[in-house]
Design a protein around this ligand. Structure first.
Ligand SMILES: Nc1ncnc2c1ncn2[C@@H]1O[C@H](COP(=O)(O)OP(=O)(O)OP(=O)(O)O)[C@@H](O)[C@H]1O
Ligand SMILES: [Mg+2]
Length: 341
């Protein structure tokens, strides 16, 4: 595995066409659009802006950044964040691999990747030492984006791994042996702290924790952080929590801003300035086998993930992120960038 800055250039337009934010049936949970928003024209304009931004490209990491997307709490936005950030980083010009490490296979579904029982998958890599290159598939519609899918077999892997040699470091070995140049590997973890998640923590250098802006947001995080410490102490000295992303932020509720404040007090610099709004478009996209970036590129959800990706990329090369330079869509969304709320 190596990084090769010359391989991937800015991506071509993968987008089928803009849709409007206001077309969803269940709009009651949607973060309201900015006051000056006239839905159709605005969405089209934002799509163009988003694609303009994407075409610019971003600084690429010197080495492949391996990010473990983990939180043992269920339904906080791990998979949604993995696939949409990965697509955003690819649209920004990077080469990105998503490793689906959840037997539910939600990341594979959301990326439109075939993952029925017969498909070569991450299970074969972990349990049968199959090379990663034999299971990786390109993601349709997004150039530079790839996925190692999970099939239902993976449900048995937690048990099967127990008796195998080097059971905690099988994913790490597979990734190290993978020769394709990559800028990012994003690993989508299941909502547990078993051997699958441990394999991810051993393989990665960075932990990205999505936190849902709801009650009990921080509950249980202590256990994840202790596991990160344990893995760092015994198996992977480079491991650290690099990124916290606030998800499903609803600016209409006081609770959301209270949770955001609490998380920022607790974690500080690791918390991205960009947060992800609650968006119907984000939740609809997986049922079409798409990320929100291709499903509705002008939506607030798509723009917020593009912006989060930009922030992550800039932080990775030591450039401080300036929210006033966020693209127009992010600035005009009152929920997206802290300081503009
Ligand atoms: N920003 C958002 N706005 C609206 N819905 C969202 C948002 N982010 C995630 N969701 C929805 O919330 C649900 C849970 O999200 P997701 O599957 O990403 O969580 P998860 O942490 O991966 O869950 P699990 O622990 O089961 O793997 C999904 O139905 C998803 O579509
Ligand atoms: Mg998930």
């Amino acid at each position: 595995m190596r990084s090769d800055a010359n391989i991937a250039g800015p991506m071509t337009d993968p987008v089928p066409g803009p849709r409007t934010e206001s077309m969803g049936e269940d709009v009651s949970r949607e973060t309201p659009p900015p006051m000056d928003d006239t839905p159709i024209g605005r969405a089209a304009q934002l799509a163009v802006e988003a694609l303009g931004r994407a075409g610019e490209g971003l600084p690429r990491p010197e080495q492949t950044r391996i990010m473990v997307v983990a939180n043992q709490k269920g339904g906080v936005g791990k998979t949604t964040t993995t696939v949409n950030l990965a697509a955003s980083l690819a649209l920004h010009g990077g080469r990105v691999l998503v490793v689906d490490l959840d037997p539910q296979g939600n990341a594979s579904t959301a990326l439109g990747i075939d993952h029925h029982a017969e498909v070569p998958s991450i299970y074969d890599v972990l349990v049968d030492s199959r090379p990663l290159s034999e299971v990786v598939q390109p993601v349709p519609d997004v150039e530079g984006l790839f996925c190692a899918p999970a099939t239902i077999d993976l449900a048995g892997a937690e048990i099967e791994l127990v008796s195998l040699v080097a059971r905690e470091s099988r994913l790490q070995r597979a990734i190290q042996a993978y020769e394709q140049p990559l800028d990012y590997i994003l690993i989508d973890c299941p909502p547990s702290l078993g051997l699958l998640t441990v394999n991810a923590l051993v393989a990665g250098a960075e932990v990205l924790i999505p936190i849902q802006c709801e009650y009990y947001a921080l509950e249980g995080l202590g256990q994840l952080l202790r596991n990160v410490d344990l893995v760092r102490g015994h198996l992977n000295p480079t491991l650290h929590v690099s990124t916290i992303l606030l998800t499903m932020y609803d600016g209409r509720t006081r609770l959301a801003s209270q949770v955001a404040d609490e998380v920022r007090t607790h974690f500080g610099e690791e918390v991205l300035r960009t947060s992800i709004p609650r968006s119907v478009r984000i939740s609809e996209a997986p049922s079409y086998g798409q990320t929100v970036l291709t499903y509705d590129p002008g939506s607030s959800g798509a723009l917020s993930y593009l912006e989060a990706a930009r922030e992550i990329a800039l932080k990775g090369v030591g450039v401080s992120y300036d929210p006033t330079q966020a693209h127009i869509g992010a600035q005009s969304n009152p929920n997206m960038v802290e300081g503009i709320q």
